[in-house]
Write a protein of this length. Structure first.
Length: 498
């Protein structure tokens, strides 16, 4: 089954802005919306609850005032901030009503139930009562009490405790029970909560716009150094990486980014410089044997009857071997530069390898004495062929400079294997102790010899040491003792210790 990509996926994501400024502003606005909605919900509930509590307290105060008026035999006025109704047992119509209850026409029949018995004086009780639909009230009237369930506070009064005159003034019998109702309307609380909601909505919209705008422009200002870094970095090429970005003096993350980019550009410049120098040196080293080879062949071809053909062939073979050795060294350096890890490293006895190389090594040109001193197995992990190449390069270098003797020592020291190769030659000046490890670097005396190397042996040896997590250095020695190269490699665990 073949799955074909379509253009629907990019279209689905078009709503999400690509700009960091817009994304940050949108994220800030989204977070603001969540916070404002939560705050608004909390404020709405708190305002509504407190408003209901205030309305409830006002209803109780009004209830006590109505009770006091009835105890004095005074019929309360219909003007009231909260709906109320006074009913009595044995009476069909209400004793008194007001605050919007008149829209139910309680003068014909009371709305709230009459008591069958009376509770204690000034005992306030509340319960929820369902008011029926009011067909006589105007729908948009401010005094309209809509149908619904409301909390009602009430208190009872015994007419026989009022006296005959007060009971008669109220229009109730001497043995009647009076009940005073006050209805708690949530209208005021709802209006306050609605006004608060509108205020919070306006403030939230303004805050949302301000926060999004401030975030957008703040990110825009903060990203100006990044844009400058991007523009300058875009002009950097591999052939000319000399540009550097300006590091802000603020010391924040942008400054750290600029510093890191400058460091990266510096490494790129160093790598480009090293690569150009390496190519130039390689071309120079290749040109010399090629020139010698071409000149000898052209002379032989121009004067075949005068040419010593065995000597010409010998010269051509020598230069060809030199080209072959140089090509092998360049390929090895290219493989080392890729930094490919050693796959399944073997355990190599460096002491045994040095002893075997000492026995098999055949110096050319002049007699030399090679000696190897080892204190036992010196186990390291890595590629045996690369270790042999490393050791051979060190011995070849010592053989080119030694007068009579080369000494190899192998020791185990605190988890390290330490190998030294020392010759009795003229030694290396202190100022050249590190330069000799650079590629194609040869000291003047080495360049004058016909058997001089390509200038890559020590560079390859150090790279192989680093590849195996070791170090290769030139240790300072007294001048008559020649040069001493010190190789340190991590020691591998003994087979019995694994």
């Amino acid at each position: 089954m073949t799955v074909t990509a379509t253009a629907t996926e990019p279209r689905r994501r078009r709503w999400w802005p690509r700009s960091v400024r817009a994304r940050t502003a949108l994220a800030a606005a989204s977070a603001t919306v969540v916070v404002l909605v939560g705050i608004s919900w909390w404020v709405h509930r708190d305002v509504y609850r407190q408003s209901v509590d205030i309305a409830d307290a006002q209803a109780q105060i009004q209830l006590l005032a109505l009770v006091d008026q009835l105890n004095e035999g005074v019929v309360p006025s219909r003007r009231s901030t909260a709906p109320y109704e006074v009913v009595a047992s044995g009476r069909r119509s209400a004793v008194a009503y007001g605050g919007g209850m008149e829209s139910f026409d309680p003068g014909t029949r009371h709305v709230l139930p009459a008591p069958t018995e009376a509770r204690g004086p000034r005992t306030l009780t509340n319960y929820f009562f369902h008011l029926p639909a009011n067909r006589h009230a105007e729908p948009h009237s401010s005094s309209h009490v809509a149908a619904g369930t409301y909390m009602v506070w009430y208190a009872d009064i015994r007419a026989d405790r009022l006296g005959g005159e007060k009971a008669a003034a109220l229009g109730v019998a001497d043995d009647a029970f009076l009940r005073v109702y006050v209805v708690v309307l949530p209208r005021t609380a709802e209006e306050i909560a609605r006004a608060t909601d509108l205020l919070l909505l306006r403030a939230g919209l303004v805050s949302l716009v301000l926060i999004a705008a401030v975030t957008y422009f703040a990110v825009r200002i903060a990203l100006r150094p990044v844009e400058a870094i991007r523009v300058l970095t875009a002009s950097v090429t591999a052939s000319d990486p000399r540009e550097r970005v300006t590091v802000p003096t603020t010391g924040h993350e942008i400054a750290a980014l600029a510093t890191t980019i400058n460091t990266t550009l510096q490494r790129l410049e160093n790598a480009a410089t090293q690569q150009r120098r390496f190519v130039a040196d390689a071309a120079h080293e290749l040109r010399s044997p090629l020139t010698t080879l071409l000149a000898s062949l052209e002379v032989a071809l121009a004067y075949p009857e005068r040419t010593d053909w065995p000597a010409a062939v010998t010269t051509a073979a020598r230069q060809t071997r030199r080209l072959q050795a140089l090509a092998e060294d360049l390929l090895l350096l290219a493989r080392i530069d890729t930094r490919t890890p050693v796959v399944r490293p073997d355990t190599v006895d460096l002491g045994a390898l040095a002893s075997r190389m000492t026995e098999q090594y055949l110096p050319t040109g002049r007699p030399l004495t090679l000696a190897c001193d080892s204190d036992g197995p010196a186990l390291v992990q890595g590629n045996p062929g690369e270790y042999e190449r490393l050791l051979r390069n060190l011995v070849d270098n010592a053989a080119r400079h030694a007068a009579h003797r080369i000494q190899i020592t192998v020791r185990n020291e605190d988890g390290w294997v330490v190998l030294t190769v020392q010759d009795d030659g003229p030694g290396v000046p202190a100022e050249d102790a590190e330069r000799i490890f650079e590629r194609f670097v040869r000291l003047d005396d080495a360049r004058s010899r016909d058997q001089g190397g390509t200038g890559l042996g020590l560079a390859i040896a150090r790279d192989l040491a680093r590849r195996h997590r070791g170090t290769l250095t030139l240790t300072p020695t007294p001048k008559p003792l020649g040069a001493c190269f010190l190789l340190r490699l991590p020691r591998a665990p003994e087979p019995a210790d694994e």
